[in-house]
Ligand binder design. Sequence first.
Ligand code: ZN
Length: 82
Amino acid sequence: MNTKKEDYPQSVINTACPYCGEKTPINRPNDYRSRYAYCLPCKEKFVVEPIRDGVKVFTLMEVPYNIDPECQALERGQSDEE
Ligand SMILES: [Zn+2]
């Protein structure tokens, strides 16, 4: 580990929208928490899960409970840092 977490740049990547299949730019998260993103072409909201080699995307209908950002936030409670 020679990269400090704070210094890791958040970059914009293109990923395929799970709804329309068009490429849409999203912010590549700098950690491994899932979050919401919005498709530019169709304006739909979807879930981005960071993985080692990029991201996985899910529609709100198909996102597994354990990576739903809202559920993660609930489980985390009020604290966002350990
Ligand atoms: Zn779309």
